[in-house]
Design a protein around this ligand. Structure first.
Ligand SMILES: Cc1cc2nc3c(=O)[nH]c(=O)nc-3n(C[C@H](O)[C@H](O)[C@H](O)COP(=O)(O)OP(=O)(O)OC[C@H]3O[C@@H](n4cnc5c(N)ncnc54)[C@H](O)[C@@H]3O)c2cc1C
Length: 460
């Protein structure tokens, strides 16, 4: 049988996972070409080092979501298959009004008994609406716990009468949501609240840096990888899909039997999908998921982890910047004498702050340290900033969930061989992008197998 050619646009986790799974699943020969606009593979999974001392920190995706206590966990299985070790992560405290609030007793002490009762009631409401099994299945078309509810999450939070409790919940989830409550659904808001409960979800990271996941995938695939090749156009010529890319002023066009667009939703409009029918279908696809959310990371190296006598988890939430997550990045690699704190800011405030220069952002991060840690500023060595405006999704899956084929094939009639992979089709996480890659790889592998059977079956 003739070798089939597959083009994959985007060398982030989604593109790499699709290539890896397709090579594993296909029982007919497949030649894959992977187009990546930047100089590196891995997309938003990025583990750089400081200049001052070459210690690592996570600049993009910080943790992996562990669902192994429910059922199969394809991402955890993949990480194990790649021979990578994992380390547990955890954190339960919100630092609010300069107090560490870790449990209901702390809420009672620092915010009052009424605040405690209100939080208990909200917690029960959240658990009644989504139980752990529903949470696990919720981004699948049949798994949505309730019929679509077009109200936004702020309408539910408005039911919390005590302002301190409402603020506590908002600060707890703001950095996970990466958006404001009025820009997301009740379901996604509740999921982000419930994921703080270990009965719903646990967290881990890869020992030695999360970027090892894309690196190990890249090392195992046989694809032709074209770095610094920005794809600008996709069109159909006869029964082939054509991909036009640019590298340092030089343009090339390649023809494929299948093309997989493994781009985040905010990059899709940068590619021209030619032809009236196709461009309208891709526009519709993009606008269904067009709920941009924003992140900004400020990561600071200190000569020692001065906070450890007061705080010992992997992360805490802070009441600054509308609620942000403060990671003890140095807890990922115990044994270092240095300390690293990483601020993950999310939501609308990021749009404005991302235009600030790095020094101003680093100063703002240091200013946000709670009073009891302010003296630690003197241990500052180096700060780094990573801006991720519009890079994640505020309402993954859109207002109304589509079935799996609709999600992945925007124009199934004349362009059935053009498929999309993305975390925005599921839950805006690496687990979601793997589900998406697996669906697309199995579609292509299945269709190739079917064609080869038809071609090799004798007519009589
Ligand atoms: C700050 C931050 C924190 C996060 N934290 C977590 C977390 O803790 N846990 C979690 O599970 N997920 C997290 N995520 C989400 C996670 O990073 C994504 O789910 C994942 O990176 C999606 O992979 P992807 O391949 O779809 O997209 P990307 O990682 O964005 O990769 C897309 C690739 O396509 C390339 N590209 C873009 N345009 C073109 C073009 N025209 N031609 C060719 N190539 C192109 C890009 O350069 C990039 O390499 C976080 C994201 C951010 C920004």
């Amino acid at each position: 049988m003739r070798m089939k050619h597959v083009g994959i646009i985007g060398g982030g986790p989604g593109g790499l996972m699709t290539a890896y799974l397709l090579e594993k699943m296909a029982d007919t020969p497949v030649s894959i070409t992977l187009f990546e606009a930047s100089h590196r593979l891995g997309g938003k999974v990025l583990t750089p080092r400081f200049h001052h001392v070459p210690v690592r920190y996570e600049a993009g995706a910080a943790e992996f979501y562990d669902y192994a206590h429910f059922d199969e966990d394809p991402l955890k299985d993949l990480i194990a298959e790649l021979g990578l070790s994992i380390g547990r992560m955890g954190g339960s405290a919100v630092i609010m009004r300069d107090q560490i609030i870790s449990n209901l007793e702390d809420i009672r002490e620092h915010l009052g008994p009424h605040a405690q009762r209100e939080l208990t009631a909200f917690d029960q409401l959240a658990k009644d609406r989504i139980n752990p099994a529903e949470f696990f299945h919720s981004d699948h078309p049949d798994g949505a716990p309730h019929p679509p509810d077009d109200r936004r999450f702020d309408t539910l939070l408005a039911g919390i009468a005590e302002p301190a409790t409402r603020q506590f919940v908002e600060h707890l989830i703001h950095s996970d949501l990466a958006t404001e409550p009025h820009r997301t659904s009740i379901t996604y808001g509740l999921q982000n609240y419930l994921m703080n409960d270990p009965a719903y979800m646990q967290l881990y990271s890869i020992v030695g840096g999360n970027e090892q996941l894309p690196r190990e995938l890249a090392a195992r695939i046989h694809a032709t990888t074209l770095l610094e090749h920005r794809v600008e156009r996709v069109d159909k010529q006869g029964n082939k899909l054509r991909v036009t890319s640019h590298c340092r002023g030089v343009s090339r066009t390649d023809e494929f039997d299948y093309v997989v667009v493994a781009l985040p939703h905010n990059s899709v409009p940068n590619v021209t999908f030619a032809g009236e029918h196709l461009s309208a279908a891709v526009r519709e696809h993009q606008s269904h998921y067009d709920h941009p959310a924003h992140y900004l990371r400020v990561t600071i190296l200190f000569d020692r982890p001065f906070w450890r006598s007061r705080l010992s988890d992997s992360f805490w939430m802070l009441d600054s910047f509308g609620g942000c997550c403060l990671y003890d990045e140095s807890s990922r690699e115990p044994g270092h004498s240095h300390g690293i704190l990483g601020w993950l800011l999310g939501g609308e405030i990021v749009r404005e702050m991302s235009s600030w220069d790095d020094d101003r952002l680093i100063a703002a991060a240091l200013d946000s340290l709670p009073e009891f840690l302010q003296s630690g500023r003197e241990h500052f060595l180096e700060g780094r900033v990573h801006r991720w405006v519009g890079a994640v999704n505020a309402m993954p899956g859109g207002d109304v969930y589509h079935n799996l084929d609709q999600r992945h094939r925007p124009e199934p009639r004349q362009h059935a061989e053009l498929l999309f992979v993305g975390d925005y089709l599921f839950d805006s996480t690496l687990n979601g992008v793997l589900d998406s890659a697996e669906y697309v790889a199995s579609c292509i592998a299945g269709e190739l197998a079917e064609r080869s059977t038809v071609q090799t079956t004798p007519l009589y």
